[in-house]
Design a protein around this ligand. Sequence first.
Ligand SMILES: Cc1ncc(COP(=O)(O)O)c(C=O)c1O
Length: 497
Amino acid sequence: MSDEKNGVAVKEPLIFELSSPGRTGYSLPELDVPAEPLEDLVPEDMIREEPPEIPEVSEVDVVRHFVRLSQMNHGVDTGFYPLGSCTMKYNPKVNEDVARLPGFAGLHPYQPREMVQGALQLLYDMGEYLKEMAGLGHVTFQPAAGAHGEITGLFLVQAYHRARGEERSKVIIPDSAHGTNPASGVMAGYTVVEVPSDERGDVDLAALEEMMDDDVAALMLTNPSTLGLYDENIQQIAEMVHDCGGLLYYDGANANAILGYSRPGDMGFDIVHYNLHKTFSAPHGGGGPGSGPIVVSDELAPYLPVPLVERDGDDYYLDYDRPETIGQVRSMYGNFGVVVKSYAYIRKMGPDGLKKVSQDAVLNANYLQESLKGHYQLDFDRTCMHEFVLSGSNLKKEYGVATVDVAKALLDYGLHPPTVYFPLIVDESLMIEPTETESKETLDAFIEAMIDIAGRAAEDPDDLHGAPRHTPVRRLDEVTASRRPVVRWYPEEDADA
Ligand SMILES: Cc1ncc(COP(=O)(O)O)c(C=O)c1O
């Protein structure tokens, strides 16, 4: 197979090339009953004329083929994954074992209440933990991801204002926000208004003041922001929003930075979503489904989706009797298996362990930031939280090496690139989140690679334009790869079909 055709550097023979007519991976005993004609078993128009062109190979070839494919991917279990905003931390495997226990994995949602007391208690207890961490009193596990939590939260905002006879139309969102925030705002029927960041990376208070009126339904904010900065004026912001009758929505995707240190409820937020699949260590990004529970204040509790898990002494039950509910946003109580994984994680870590998570996540990020800032531009030169954003604009201006070249070059060092070109307010951005689970040696290897790439940009920029060179798939035309992905192999003669 040629490299030029689709950019694939083939080191091993393809499974099709190992095929030999008649070779199989099984052996069956001789048939001792009369063979029925195929036509008697399958409708005639469904019988193919030619046998399928599948490789005829032995069992070991099949095993090697699939193991090899699995090794071509990069994941948290194979290497460093500093994908800013995504918290790609190591996920302890015992969480999987717990979620796989038959008493959890084999449950049916409609089993009688007496048979599912353990599962209900787990949901209830997990809710108590999240309430304690958020500093707010009510929780639902229905949203299946962070973005789903956002839109659910905005529906609650709507219900809250409508109950007061108000139709407010605006949701304010900072220019550093994750794209799901404005998308959720629009999906919920609001007009999204962008508030700029000031020169320190915080919300620009003067600009916010101008936007405040009785049409503001909510402000959506993540703190620390996607710049990895803790907004120094958060209390003032909360006051401004509440003074005009609006509510504060906390995007908790960055909660990994503040566990045990600060609580969104204390900052003044009314609604918080947590990404269990980030902060609380459930695999994500191709590793499994998510869970985006939201925790809300007393004022918003009546509108939460049904059912809620409640407790009467030692008896746990699902409460549907909530007349002002917005209804259901997902079947039953969300992605239960993900909640089990995160519950196992929280129980193992305990309050001190979770505090240590944030300490180490912040320490690791600052170590990287300080080590790299002389080599890449740092627009907001402040102590960061769990992540920080560099700019490759110095390399672009001086040597014509773009951030995408840096990202692709990192792949040749066996490292996953950081998030690139987001947040949008930093030119040529590289958003780096090391997480707490990485050792100093791994961080040093990343620093070394990043500095090496900056040096190579000065010496031989063209070389970087061709990176990566040692990965199963080389530099692709990204537009074609996303618009016309070729995800299966075709025989040579059909390749252009
Ligand atoms: C800051 C921020 N907010 C919201 C989200 C959305 O979360 P989810 O991917 O679970 O929908 C993300 C996801 O990357 C994020 O980083």
